[in-house]
Design a protein around this ligand. Sequence first.
Ligand SMILES: [Zn+2]
Length: 290
Amino acid sequence: MPELPEVETVRKGLESCLVNFHVHQLEICRDNAIASPGGSKEFAKMMRGVHICSWSRRGKYLIASLKRNKTLSDERLGYKNAGFWVVHLRMTGQFKWLDTATPPCPHTRVRLWNDQGKEIRFIDVRSFGKMWWVPPNKTPEKAIAGIKKLGPEPFSKDFNSSYLSKKLKGRTRPIKSSLLDQSIIAGVGNIYADESLFSSGILPQTPSGKLNQNQITKLCSCLIEVLQISIGEGGTTFSDFRNLEGENGKYGGRAWVYRRGKKPCRKCGTIIRRESLAGRGTHWCPKCQR
Ligand SMILES: [Zn+2]
């Protein structure tokens, strides 16, 4: 599943080609890609004619703010707020920008064109990806339960070692599971949980409440660093993630432990272990992590 660095890479791509995109026409090829009330019909009605103003990200959610031309009946001509377009890529969702008319592949779910016939296409092999139209009188946080329950962004000032130690205090579940919990930190998934635990020298199985203050401080800074490095590399090589140009990220070559089971540790040469933890493949070095 795309995690924070991959979603951030997609956000940058959408921002570069979709700001001021005017949705002239759209086609919903698969109704269940639309999760907002009123389904695909309401979505198509409310999205037709909007201008996309900006793209932001919250956890693994992509959020576009929309505006619409005022009509003659409005008091003054200009633009008015037209709500939000929210997208969650889930396992395999990806956007593709098409400069020229191209026939859709069988996994095409939603297509949007501007008045010059340029297309932004949402393709999703596994079909778990979802999108919403959120009306202007609501915020995405209010309209979508998954956003409402998100913990702080790793790069925000709300995420720091005192916040994390409060959240981990007394918890017996493994620290790996706490890192994957979106209500504790937004946007972290399997890859960056394993990588940040390696960088901070912490065993993934350690009960969350057993970490001392030094370990928590180290974990916070390692997590932020790992995410920043991966954003710089355009996201990960693992998973089906693609940017708008259809390219995979470049982070994979640098991974310390993720998907390196049975290979020697890049730091100490010890064989990397892999085991399932809370249902997720977990990788660690038994010497570097204690
Ligand atoms: Zn090692």
